[in-house]
Design a protein around this ligand. Structure first.
Ligand SMILES: N[C@@H](CCC(=O)N[C@@H](CS)C(=O)NCC(=O)O)C(=O)O
Length: 201
């Protein structure tokens, strides 16, 4: 059985919970990080020297970095198809996964970290930056059913978790109709129920 380390309100842990639900994969989850601590435990650091969550163990395979875990799970469980077969289509999935991690995810982290100073220049700058990234995604989704093309992939899981968190924040947001249409579709997926009720903070 797969083991997943990480607290359930972590966005990066929620990506893995959602992917497992899409695949129909059972797992044991061990709370770690935030109020649970344990990130500097030598046993944990031996698995994940970066001292962050999530980490998974699947048989002899130990992996950290949430988007790498998404790629692994999708490749290991080819049904349902969460990662396209052709190199070109996989490249598009990778492109959006890397964008989610570096541009969207970091921007969203800055929004979360400045929430206690709402209205401050730092908070406003973080909100403007991340709104720009979601506007970019909205433009993409205006011409594409899903993030990486016609089909639902792990790129939708990564970006969808970020959107789920952003849309739950009590902040001003631009109207993004294509993003709204896409997010409504994600929420309607049966597997989304695995994360819908989890706290986003
Ligand atoms: N790029 C890493 C980021 C990992 C990360 O920063 N995780 C956060 C939670 S989302 C964490 O470990 N925070 C420390 C904590 O929970 O105590 C990934 O995607 O796995």
């Amino acid at each position: 059985m797969l083991t997943l380390w990480g607290r359930a309100n972590s966005s990066n842990v929620q990506k893995i919970i959602w992917a497992c639900a899409e695949i129909g994969l059972s797992f044991d989850r061990i709370d770690l990080g935030g109020p649970f601590g344990g990130l500097d435990d030598p046993t944990y650091l031996a698995m994940n020297p970066n001292g962050r969550i999530p980490t998974i163990k699947d048989g002899d395979v130990v992996l950290w970095e949430s988007n790498a875990i998404l790629r692994y799970l999708a490749a290991r469980h080819p049904q349902p198809l969460l990662l396209p077969a052709t190199l070109a289509a996989r490249g598009v999935v990778d492109q959006w996964l890397d964008w989610q991690m570096v541009s969207l995810g970091i921007g969203l982290r800055d929004v979360m970290q400045t929430r206690s100073q709402a209205g401050s220049p730092a908070a406003q700058a973080a909100e403007t930056q991340v709104a720009g990234q979601f506007t970019l995604l909205d433009a993409r989704l205006a011409g594409s059913t899903h993030v990486a093309g016609d089909d639902f992939t792990i790129a939708d899981i990564a970006a969808g978790i970020s959107a789920h968190r952003w849309l739950a924040l009590p902040i001003d947001r631009p109207a993004l109709p294509a993003l709204s249409r896409w997010y409504t579709g994600l929420r309607a997926r049966p597997a989304f129920a695995a994360v819908a009720a989890l706290p986003t903070r």
